[in-house]
Design a protein around this ligand. Structure first.
Ligand code: HEC
Length: 118
């Protein structure tokens, strides 16, 4: 009887350890899954670009580069170049510094997937 109690008691922490490890992995997977993160945050971030680049990356005003349908890697590279001052700019340097590299990659991917012809 006493042995039974001790056995159960020692089993419990193991279960808790397993559960907390699983929850930790679950929480981490939310941050570490690039595909899911890109789809959601890329679109959200794009809202802060639309004032100048137009809604959905279409030309908002003359002289403003259109972002839709451009190659994702090229867009990411442009944004990272602005962020790390490898490319001079009027505003994009300051704007891109407000985002992490991953966020810039996400928004680049979002714009690259949009189709033009409106
Ligand atoms: C305040 C207006 C403004 C906002 C907001 C803005 N941009 Fe820009 N963007 C510019 C201007 C102006 C340029 C030309 C480079 C420069 O002088 O900064 C540019 C250039 C770019 C380029 C280079 C395009 C090319 O083909 O050379 C990319 C990529 C870009 N922006 C992405 C973004 C993204 C992504 C956002 C949102 C996170 C954003 N921009 C928000 C004004 C803006």
């Amino acid at each position: 009887m006493e042995g039974q109690v001790i056995k159960n008691a020692s089993d419990m922490p193991m279960i808790f350890k397993t559960i907390s490890l699983l929850s930790l992995l679950l929480v981490l997977s939310l941050f570490l899954s690039p595909v899911a993160a890109s789809d959601v945050s890329g679109k959200l971030i794009s809202f802060s670009c639309s004032a100048c680049h137009g809604t959905e990356g279409l030309l908002a005003q003359p002289g403003m580069p259109s972002l839709i349908g451009q190659d994702a890697n090229k867009l990411t590279q442009l944004l990272l170049d602005f962020k790390y001052d490898r490319q001079s700019s009027t505003v994009m340097g300051r704007i891109s510094k407000g985002f992490t590299d991953t966020e810039l990659q996400s928004v680049a991917l979002y714009f690259s997937r949009l189709k033009g012809g409106n």
